[in-house]
Structures are given as C-alpha cells and as structure tokens.
Ligand binder design. Structure first.
Ligand code: ZN
Ligand code: ZN
Length: 361
C-alpha cells in the first residue's frame, strides 16, 4: 500500500476546495493518510507541513505506524496542549478547511472561537473520501483476503443449519469462525434473518430457531488490516416452495445482471437499473426496498453509492457491492451480494462463496 503518497495527492485538491490547509478530524481519514489507527488524533495538512497530534496513550504506536507507512509527518504528543500546538501550526493560514461531515457543531464553535481565531474556517466535503474511492493494489489485496476468509467461514458454518440453531447461535458461529481464521473482527454486525424475519433486510439475529422451510439471509463480512469485506448469501433449509424458488431464481438473475453491468465509465445508477429491471419484470419491484450497493474499503459503507438516485460513475479500482433483494413477509427474504473490484475491462468478484442455496440432509 502506498500510504505515503496520499497526502501529496490530497494537497492539490485543497486549493480547489478554497482552502489553504485542512484539519482532518475523521479518524478513518487520518488512518488512510498516515497509517495511524489510534482512537484519538487530529491531522493538519498544510502545503509545507503535515502535523499529527495525539495523546500519550498513542505515543509509541503513532511513531511506529508513521514509520511503518513511510509517512514524513511531524508527531506531537499532548493531552492538554493540542490547541496551542495546532494553533501555532495554523498561524498565517488564511482559510482552514474542516471536514464538514466529521466535525460536530460544538467542535466547530470551539475551533472558531478558541483554537483558530485568526483563520477563516471553510467547510469541505469528501476531499479525502474522493481519494479513498480508488483502491490501490494493496487495498484490494486486503479486501480480497477479508472476502476469502469470510467465504471459508461460511463453508465451515453452513452444515450447522441442519442442527436447527437459532439465528443468534448461527450468527455467533459465523463470527467465531471469522475470528478464528485470523480476522481482526467482523466488518459489521452479522445479519442472520430466517423465515419471516428475512423480510426485514437488516434484521438482527435473535432467538428464532431456524428450521425446515426457512429461507435464511446471511449478510456478513470480515475485517483484515482495517479493510472490510461484505457478502450476502441466502440459504434454503429443505425444499423451497414454488414462490421461494422463484424468489431465489429472480434475485440470483438480478444480481448476475448487476455484476455484468459493472465496468469503467458506467454510471452506478445503470448498475442499479440492471438489477431492478429483472426484479421489476418478475412483478416484485415494490419488494426491492433498498439501493443496489455501496463502496467498500476502510469502512463498510463508503463511496460510491450504487442506487437509482446516485450520480457516481465507476472507474478502475472502485470496490462496490451488488446486492439486490426481494422481501415478502409470507415467504421470507432473499438477498444475494458480492463485493467486486472494477477492472479495466469490467469487474472481478472478490467474494466467491458458492450461490447454491439448498441445505438439505
Ligand atoms: Zn452486506
Ligand atoms: Zn452491503
């Protein structure tokens, strides 16, 4: 991963956003720009300065991580003197950008009144995120490692469905398999939604026992070196009813059409349309109640959005999910999701677990 080059790519964007410097408050953006993973820190990016300020808990870690990433930043450790350190560094900077979606109202007031009284604070939006949207080879390798780990965890846990576990038990087994295989954790709270619960796209696993005749939506991912994977498979315990079979067929075809549409210079809205048209034709348009997908990286949900109302256009290095679904309370839910990386020609799926849904004795 080329962490050290990222600040150099950010600097030219600052002038375009009307600022002479940027105070990075988003911890995930600080991680992206410096490699520092602590839970508290502020990063000041100026044309001729890069200053990371954190507190004593992270003195050694910050030093180690900056060195490991090859990032030439000044590191200052202080609990109570951060205002003075940053105030001094900002002096002479006319317009200081803040990350509008990361700072709170209270923080902004404090920065304006106390920390940087002589600077003009400028709201900025998506400056670092617009770099993060294109993943380098090292980032893709991490997402892919997370995806493969999650694939293996599902293969391990799948046979347990025949033992009649509760949703919560199956979810715990999946999470445990993910951790035991070396992930730092899951990339978000695992979804296990069986039977009627499957009609709630983000159902939290509960005490319901999974049994014969259930569709089971499993949506989960692993976290490897800070990077997320995201995959949904819908399994069928026993024989599907005709409607359940049709739901499985339609959603699988819709998802395939969406993945086939992913390519450079394609609007993400067109990927959404490719998925939606298959479900519309089946008469279930109203039962596809969410967008088609989202970017995946250091965060489980990031740019670009893949939805009818999205305005993004795909480019090589984007990593997105394609996850159409149909939710019918009387029959259950079906969602199929892959995470794919956009290549020069089209895309390459990173999540590879088989899509065969049937689990039978
Ligand atoms: Zn998912
Ligand atoms: Zn997703």
């Amino acid at each position: 991963m080329d962490v050290a080059g990222r600040v150099e790519r950010l600097r030219p964007a600052l002038a375009g956003a009307g600022c002479d410097g940027l105070l990075v408050t988003s911890l995930v953006n600080i991680r992206y720009l410096t490699g520092f993973t602590g839970s508290a820190g502020l990063l000041l990016v100026l044309d001729d300065d890069l200053l990371l300020v954190t507190d004593g808990r992270y003195a050694q870690q910050a030093d180690d991580q900056l060195a490991a990433a090859g990032v030439a930043a000044r590191l200052e450790i202080s609990g109570t003197g951060q205002r003075e350190l940053l105030g001094a560094a900002v002096r002479g900077t006319g317009r200081l950008g803040l990350e509008a979606s990361s700072v709170t109202w209270a923080q902004t007031r404090r920065f304006d009144d106390d920390w940087f009284p002589d600077a003009t604070l400028v709201p900025t939006d998506g400056l670092v995120e617009s770099l993060r949207i294109v993943k380098d080879a090292g980032e893709v390798a991490r997402i892919e490692a997370a995806a493969h780990l999650a694939d293996a965890a599902l293969a391990e846990v799948r046979p347990l469905l025949l033992d009649g576990p509760t949703e919560a038990e199956l979810g715990l087994a999946l999470d445990t398999a993910i951790r035991r295989r070396g992930a730092e954790g899951t990339s978000f709270e695992t979804i296990v939604a069986s039977g009627p619960n499957g009609a709630k796209p983000h159902h939290r696993p509960g005490p319901r026992p999974i049994g014969e005749g259930d569709l089971v939506v499993l949506d989960f991912g692993a976290l490897v070196d800070g990077y997320c994977s995201d995959m949904t498979r819908t399994l069928m315990v026993g024989e599907p009813s005709p409607t359940q079979q049709r739901m499985l067929d339609v959603v699988t075809a819709s998802q395939r059409a969406g993945v086939a549409a992913v390519a450079p210079d394609v609007a993400t809205a067109a990927v959404d349309a490719a998925c939606r048209s298959v479900i519309d034709e089946a008469g279930w348009g109203d039962a596809f109640v969410h967008g088609t997908g989202h970017g995946v990286g250091l965060q489980i949900h990031e740019d670009p959005r893949v939805a009818a109302t999205a305005t993004a256009t795909l480019a090589p290095g984007h990593v997105v999910t394609v996850e159409p679904g149909v939710y019918l309370p009387e029959h259950g839910g079906v969602r199929v999701e892959d995470t794919v990386v956009v290549t020069d020609e089209g895309c390459r799926p990173l999540t590879l677990a088989p899509k065969r849904p049937l689990v039978a004795a």
